[in-house]
Design a protein around this ligand. Structure first.
Ligand SMILES: [Zn+2]
Length: 417
């Protein structure tokens, strides 16, 4: 089969970008959370300039790269639209010394990632491999993640830009591009400057499986309980000691035991204890609350307040602290007012010959946060598989198809108005 120019471009781009270590780091105390993400940002800035993209700008301090492809329509036609992908890779697996390689024409069997270290991806463990028989896959050497999350999206967006400049017959309005840091550590694209970005509508590209998209996310908040006990010698503790660890376990027993991530799916919400540290004197329980439905979400927050009140009643007001911090909301709340965005997305996926699949996303996206800042932002999958781990891979055809989908979206927005 003849490989298209798009095919070669997404392939070489992902291989190039994957080798740049852009791992982000939770709780680093600053944004971007790691300086090395700027290494990729600078490369993307220079590549965009070389392609001919307008208004290329790298916000050095915040590590955000911008560009714009000017409309080729008459001034009164077309609607501006933007595309956003994240540059960082997940802290879950090493992103240092990534050695991407291409397996041509996957035969459906086990894949030896690293002969020397005897690292094999078994077809029976990774059932998603089955659908890619006959395709070319970009893989790791089994010691690091690949970073197709989300560099497969960056490769697709850059290739789309290149293609638009080389094929001026494709009609499009203004197209805004942005690459952002720290998505994997809850960055929520907070430093994206919407004025500079320009487009009033955008799509984030992220997530696994080709043809999947999301226009619904969780409502999310984080709750931190602090317990202050009273420690005395155990021999003379009767009636005096208050054990903060007991208070913490009492709290956890009060939570609905079947509403945890490991027992829920689909549109069910949950409480999840992320960590629990403590001793007799002091204990901290950190948890997250998730729900698709706002009313249920508020009920969950109220339930935690109730738990705190009960413990305060039992042990004294000052011995239980609770702080609830809002993280993000279900973007459906915003996107329901711009239904054409999802319609265009579905139509563009279908036009590329793929049946779109949508599931409420059991997590958050940068797009969820951006939607509430005034930039409605559904998400199109990047097409990577087994993200955040050493067995991550990207079928090259998935990236190629995503370029086609992006070009379709551009053409659809050219017809608005
Ligand atoms: Zn991602």
């Amino acid at each position: 089969m003849e490989k298209t120019q798009i095919y070669e471009s997404v392939k070489t781009r992902l291989i190039r970008y994957a080798q740049i270590d852009t791992q982000s780091q939770p709780y680093s105390g600053h944004w971007p959370t790691t300086e090395k993400q700027k290494d990729l940002a600078r490369i993307l800035r220079d590549e965009m300039a070389a392609i001919g993209v307008s208004d290329v700008f790298m916000d050095e301090e915040n590590c955000v790269v911008y560009g714009r492809i000017p409309s080729n329509l008459s001034a009164d036609r077309g609607m501006a639209v933007g595309f956003i992908a994240h540059m960082d890779t997940a802290p879950d697996a090493s992103g240092c010394g990534v050695k991407p390689w291409v397996l041509e024409g996957y035969d459906g069997g086990d894949i030896v990632l690293n002969k020397e270290k005897d690292i094999v991806m078994r077809a029976q463990d990774y059932l998603n491999l089955k659908q890619y028989v006959g395709q070319d896959l970009i893989l790791t050497d089994g010691t690091t993640l690949l970073g197709g999350d989300d560099k497969a999206s960056i490769a697709a967006i850059m290739t789309m830009a290149e293609y638009l400049y080389n094929n001026s017959q494709i009609r499009h309005g203004d197209i805004s591009l942005a690459f952002t840091p720290d998505e994997e550590v809850g960055g929520l694209a907070r430093t994206l400057d919407l004025d500079r970005f320009g487009a009033p509508y955008a799509y984030t590209l992220d997530g696994d499986h080709l043809g999947w998209y999301e226009d619904e996310t969780f409502y999310a908040s984080e709750a931190v309980f602090e317990f202050f006990g009273r420690s005395v010698h155990t021999g003379t503790a009767k009636g005096i000691m208050i054990n903060a660890v007991d208070m913490a376990s009492q709290l956890m027993a009060m939570l609905p035991q079947d509403e945890k991530p490991q027992y829920t799916e689909g549109i069910q919400g949950f409480f999840h204890v992320i960590s629990c540290h403590g001793d007799c004197e002091h204990a901290t329980v950190r948890m997250i609350i998730r729900d698709f439905d706002e009313k249920n979400f508020r009920k969950r927050e109220a339930l935690l307040q109730d738990c705190a009140d009960k413990l305060r009643k039992q042990y004294g007001q000052e011995r239980t602290g609770l702080t609830i911090t809002h993280q993000y909301s279900n973007m459906k709340e915003v996107l329901k007012d711009v239904p054409f965005m999802t319609e265009i997305l579905k139509k563009s996926i279908r036009k590329a010959g793929i049946e779109p699949v949508c599931e409420p996303f059991r997590g958050g996206t940068d797009g969820a946060a951006l939607s509430f800042r005034g930039l409605p932002c559904p998400n199109l999958s990047a097409g990577y598989e087994n993200a955040h781990g050493r067995f991550e891979y990207v079928p090259i055809r998935s990236m190629e198809k995503n370029v086609e989908i992006l070009l379709n979206i551009c053409e659809e927005y050219a017809d608005i108005r």
